[in-house]
Design a protein around this ligand. Structure first.
Ligand code: TLP
Length: 344
């Protein structure tokens, strides 16, 4: 199978499996797992943040941050296609008692400008509006097509938010893809955010795990919330060992996924009825519109599946995500099959 549904489908590398087998472990609920502690130290150092916490999933990292930055009845500003709003099971409402204020970015890439955020902020409006408690950004923006926000854009938003006493959380599930695409460091991309979550289990290829980073006090409290969420694991150094390899080795090869995504987008753009601007594909996510092909996205995906290719239909579009288990030959095969389905 050529699995383009997501970069979450990667299997651990041989080096990860070896490291997992040999990992030194302890009870992480007591803070005594040396491999988890090492991963947390390495991540904090790489991002230039005071502290880091290993969490089982990106969703848990995001939701702990939402919980800690807000109080019940607050509103959280987020781009309309954002993951925290659309794909985390309504947890902000369930767990934090907050409202989401979705804001549609004018740019199709899903990246909000400060002007767009500012127009949705509610402060000092007692008796009417739900007060804004948090701004969430997403870099890369998944359903904006893997688009990247620059360090300057991020810092500008953070500084203006901080001037209004508003914290900023970054869903950086794929922040390393963003950094590689921009020849930037993850530290620069996240330097002014109050907290950032990134995933070891997406393009970086670890089997499980995400990291939440921020100030020492924030991470100490996050540790308690992780326990409340049921995420206090024990000899989890087994997983952190793979995470260390993901953190240190995988960013070096992410550019290959980006090159494959670009080729996929360029090839798809030449197929009858498919609409995509390949110029705008910056990382490993390719979303193309199939509404003018005469077939639905579901039909196309089910035909692809018959040829051993998996992709996800989203309304009138199809998403394909490249990762290290997808080769250039797989991309060419996918383009060939798409052409067969749509042009013959
Ligand atoms: N994204 C998954 C699906 O949930 C859509 C995918 O296949 O892309 N933030 C962002 C930006 C994400 O893309 C994801 C996962 C998460 C958070 C959540 O991570 P997990 O799955 O570890 O909870």
């Amino acid at each position: 199978m050529i699995d383009l549904r997501s970069d979450t489908v990667t299997r651990p590398t041989a080096a990860m499996r070896r490291a997992m087998a040999e990992a030194e472990v302890g009870d992480d609920v007591y803070g005594e797992d040396p491999t988890v502690n090492l991963l947390q130290e390495k991540a904090a150092e790489l991002f230039g943040k005071e502290a880091a916490l290993f969490v089982p999933t990106g969703s848990m990292g995001n939701q702990i941050a939402v919980k800690l930055h807000t109080k019940q009845g607050d509103e959280v500003i987020i781009e309309e296609r954002g993951h925290i709003f659309n794909y985390e099971m309504g947890t902000p409402a369930v767990v934090s008692g907050v409202m989401i204020r979705p804001v549609r970015a004018a740019n199709e890439n899903g990246l909000l400008t400060w002007a767009e955020i500012e127009s949705a902020i509610h402060i000092n409006q007692p008796y009417y509006a739900c007060p804004t408690g948090l701004i969430c950004l997403e870099n890369t923006h998944n359903f904006g097509g893997g688009s990247v926000m620059s360090a300057n854009e991020t810092s500008e938003i953070c500084q203006k938010a901080h001037a209004l006493n508003l914290p900023v959380h970054l869903d950086g599930a794929r922040i390393f893809n963003s950094a590689v695409a921009q020849f930037e460091t993850v530290a620069n991309l996240t330097k002014d955010v109050d907290s950032v979550q990134f995933c070891l289990s997406k393009g970086l290829g670890a089997p499980v795990g995400s990291m939440l980073l921020g100030k020492k006090d924030f991470i100490a409290e996050a540790r308690s919330w992780r326990k409340r969420f049921g995420g206090g694991m024990r000899q989890v150094g087994i997983l952190a060992a793979a995470g260390i390899i993901a953190l240190e080795e995988s960013p070096k090869v992410l550019h290959l996924d980006h090159e494959n995504a670009k080729r996929l987008a360029e090839g798809a753009a030449n197929i009858k009825g498919i609409k995509i601007d390949a110029e705008k594909v910056q990382t490993n996510i390719v979303i193309f519109d199939v509404s003018e092909t005469g077939k639905t996205s579901a039909e196309i995906c089910s035909r692809l599946k018959e040829s051993g290719i998996l992709a996800i239909p989203f309304g009138k579009a199809i998403r394909m995500v490249t990762h290290y288990d997808v080769s250039r030959d797989d991309i060419e095969k996918t383009l060939g099959e798409l052409q067969k389905i749509l042009e013959t």
